[in-house]
Design a protein around this ligand. Structure first.
Ligand code: C2O
Ligand code: CU
Ligand code: CU
Length: 501
């Protein structure tokens, strides 16, 4: 539907029935005050300030309990916890092993991994999904395999050669993913290569971006109408759980960073003025060769990037958000530009000379000609239902049904997927279980091919654009594809491909 009618219909929303917004549990939206469009997304004046400027912390690693070489064993418990973001205020959160972001899982290609998961969340099922990893479907935390409150299960998988990359993990229960993630459940999952071509002298720093909204009393308010439509945008973007932390480096430093957008719905367009940026990796690991002279970085929700940042001049710079219009529904579009996410102080002292980046990082094999083409169309709808208006975020006209197989595919078969966004906002498309390659983008009749080959599991599909990707699933089983604005996923902007052996 067009934007104008969407807005008119939207203005009529007073109450939203259960069915329209997926499962609502402890916070029914019936008759909640302030449920009109907007008004509840930009930082309210009573939102507490957060302390800034602490040294950037390294996220704790998940400890390996196995002594056996090539084996990683650990436990992850999802449970309520408390933390303090704003001085003097306690915030109840959800955490993995008491931590948010969750502990970093760091393993090697070829490792066999066993993760025991216990769900101690109150009255809600959960799963852990291993976002981007090429692992068996039954180990991938699908919504069809929930872990009930008080129960546990072990996820076990082997990480094949060539799978090194920056992945992540988060819950994937049907209808509750958005809430479990914004309350704190998400962590990085790094698969490393013992023969990593990137010089160790560059270090390896992880930057995990999350989004936080706090009420005056320090609690996290539930999602309102504008959040459900646009995806939740908080008051603060945190890096490794900190607001605008500081990194001190000597002049001449080249440093490797892995960036992970673990927010529910924020599109991060970032600059780092004065630093030289070289792009070296994407969602599924290294590019074929480094791309130097990069001016800005773009991470849709769930995307990852690996870069080398070179700080030659003494002074202070910051990783800063730039304006990006992702198609906001309703009034009160939040101010998302010019936020300093990380401050880098470059001292006069000179760093020791560092080895150069290799010119070739790794080969990425071409997929070859597709056996077939498929088309996926994103739309947004509004319809009357008893008691109010229902919003729909649809793929090929349908909302997710875990008992319905949307498409059947074959393991090992190359397919061309065309994803067309006919809606009025950007929707980042994600596919489970594999890494795809972007072929081209088409907008207003103009076709653009990406300037380099990369492995991806998430790609932004801007409104009114079409993205074509080459897909191959190597493992059989049911796989999800969905919009990674988690509120849209919960509303059903998701489908199921069953891959046959
Ligand atoms: Cu990161 Cu189906 O999700
Ligand atoms: Cu995923
Ligand atoms: Cu979406």
């Amino acid at each position: 539907m067009n934007r104008r009618s969407f807005l008119l219909a939207g203005a009529a929303i007073l109450s939203l029935p259960h069915a329209a917004i997926g499962q609502q549990h402890d916070h029914s939206m019936h008759g909640m005050p302030g449920m009109g469009m907007g008004g509840d997304t930009s930082a309210p004046s009573d939102s507490p300030a957060l302390p800034e400027g602490a040294p950037l912390r390294e996220l704790p690693r998940l400890e390996n309990r196995s002594r056996e070489p090539g084996r990683f064993e650990a436990e992850l418990v999802a449970a309520p916890a408390r933390t303090s973001f704003a001085t003097g205020l306690e915030t109840p959160i959800f955490a993995y092993n008491g931590l948010s972001p969750g502990p970093v899982i760091e393993v090697f290609e070829g490792d066999s991994v066993s993760l025991a998961f216990r769900n101690e969340l109150p009255d809600q099922e959960s799963t852990i999904h291993w976002h981007g990893l090429p692992i068996p479907a039954e180990q991938d935390g699908n919504p069809m395999n929930p872990v009930m409150p008080g129960e546990d299960r072990t996820y076990a998988f082997d990480l094949r050669k060539g799978s090194a990359g920056s992945y992540w993990y988060h819950p994937h229960p049907h209808g509750r993913t958005a809430e479990q993630v914004y309350r704190g459940l998400a962590g990085a999952f790094l698969v490393k290569d013992r023969d990593d071509p990137i010089p160790a002298a560059y270090g390896d720093s992880l930057l995990v971006f999350t989004d936080l909204r706090l009420s005056a009393d320090g609690t996290m308010p539930p999602n309102g109408m504008a959040d459900v439509m646009n995806g939740r945008i908080g008051d603060h973007v945190l890096v490794n759980g900190q607001k605008n932390p500081v990194l001190d480096v000597p002049a001449g430093t080249a440093r490797r960073f892995r960036l992970l957008n673990a927010t529910n719905a924020r599109f991060l367009r970032l600059s780092l003025a004065g630093a030289g940026i070289t792009l070296i990796g994407s969602d599924g690991g290294l590019l074929e060769e480094p791309i130097s002279g990069v001016k800005e970085l773009f991470l849709a929700p769930a995307e990852r990037l690996e870069i080398i940042a070179r700080f030659d001049e003494p002074g202070t710079t910051s990783l800063r958000t730039q304006d990006y219009d992702r198609g906001w529904m309703g009034p009160n579009r939040p101010q998302e530009a010019r936020l300093d996410l990380l401050t880098v102080r470059v001292s006069q002292e000179r760093a020791p000379a560092q080895p150069p980046l290799p010119q070739m990082l790794r080969p990425i094999a071409e997929f070859g000609a597709p056996a077939l083409n498929r088309r996926f169309v994103f739309t947004e709808t509004m319809s009357m239902v008893s008691g109010g208006m229902a919003m729909g975020f649809l793929i090929n006209g349908a909302a997710f049904d875990m008992n319905r197989v949307d498409i059947v595919s074959k393991a090992g078969q190359v397919e061309l997927w065309e994803i067309e966004n006919q809606a009025d906002m950007d929707h980042p498309f994600h596919l489970h279980g594999t890494q795809f390659q972007i072929v081209e983008r088409e907008s207003a009749g103009k076709v653009a091919r990406p300037p380099y080959r990369a492995l991806k599991d998430t790609v932004n599909v801007p409104r009114r654009e079409t993205v074509r990707i080459l897909v191959r699933q190597d493992l059989p089983g049911p796989r999800m594809y969905h919009c990674h604005i988690l509120e849209h996923e919960d509303l059903g902007m998701m489908g199921l491909v069953n891959v046959e052996a």
